[in-house]
Write a protein that binds this ligand. Structure first.
Ligand code: ZN
Length: 236
């Protein structure tokens, strides 16, 4: 089961461009794309009881998608603890766009997630630098987004285990836009495009990337949080 978690505040802010682009929320647009791909999924958002992620939901989640921007600080550390434990046990985690400053991003990766940004609707060319990677399946050499927020290097992240996309922006910057890590048994993917003021998640190729990411991040076996166990009897 995939859980698409969305902060869902920008879309409900009057006069925010996101309200027009995503009247039912970013999560609903992703949900439609996942439904077409026949991915078993549900949505959740911040203002639901227990931040949308009560134990029965999180304990039944194999891959967690996360979009946040305005309310990173509202997520209690106890919830971050539970997400971290589940990722270490094997749950996949897909971190979207401005989630580079989410608590769960910093917890799992251990760096600040700092970067350079500029919102001027510049063209972005998302180069596939690892065409054999499952997350790039079905794409051409690049994906072009006519209008995007610019994110530029340096991006304060640990060296990715695998790099799938590198973005070029009209203004001259470059950025590591698709990064994979493993933490414990869990797979983590950060995907940069997704600024709420542009129709990024309506783009069919972006949807394909996220469908690929959902499949890639799905754990191969049961999710078992790591434990330290004592073994008194030596095997030999
Ligand atoms: Zn943004």
């Amino acid at each position: 089961m995939i859980t698409i978690w969305n902060e869902y505040r920008s879309e409900r802010t009057p006069d925010n461009p996101a309200a027009e682009l995503y009247p039912e929320g970013i999560h609903t647009v992703l949900s439609s794309a996942f439904a077409q791909a026949r991915l078993d999924h549900r949505t959740a958002y911040l203002d639901q009881p227990e931040y949308g992620l009560p134990d029965p939901v999180l304990e039944n989640t194999d891959v967690l998608f996360w979009w946040g921007y305005l309310a990173h600080d509202e997520i209690p550390d106890a919830l971050v603890d539970r997400i971290q434990e589940r990722v270490l046990g094997g749950m996949g985690l897909v971190l979207l766009h401005s989630s580079h400053h989410a608590k769960v991003f910093k917890r799992m990766l251990g760096t600040s997630g700092s970067l350079t940004y500029r919102v001027r609707g510049e063209k972005e060319r998302l180069w596939v630098v690892n065409p054999g990677h499952p997350i790039a399946a079905g794409l051409g050499a690049f994906v072009e987004l006519p209008q995007a927020e610019m994110y530029g290097e340096p991006f304060d992240i640990p060296q990715p285990d695998e790099l799938v996309f590198v973005s070029w922006f009209e203004g001259g910057e470059v950025f590591r836009s698709g990064c994979c890590w493993q933490r414990g048994r869990g797979r983590i993917f950060y995907f940069r495009p997704g600024h709420e003021a542009f129709p990024i998640y309506h783009n069919a190729q972006v949807q394909q990337i996220l469908i690929n990411a959902a499949r890639w991040a799905t754990p191969a076996g049961p999710i078992e949080p790591p434990v330290t166990s004592r073994r008194d009897d030596a095997l030999e």
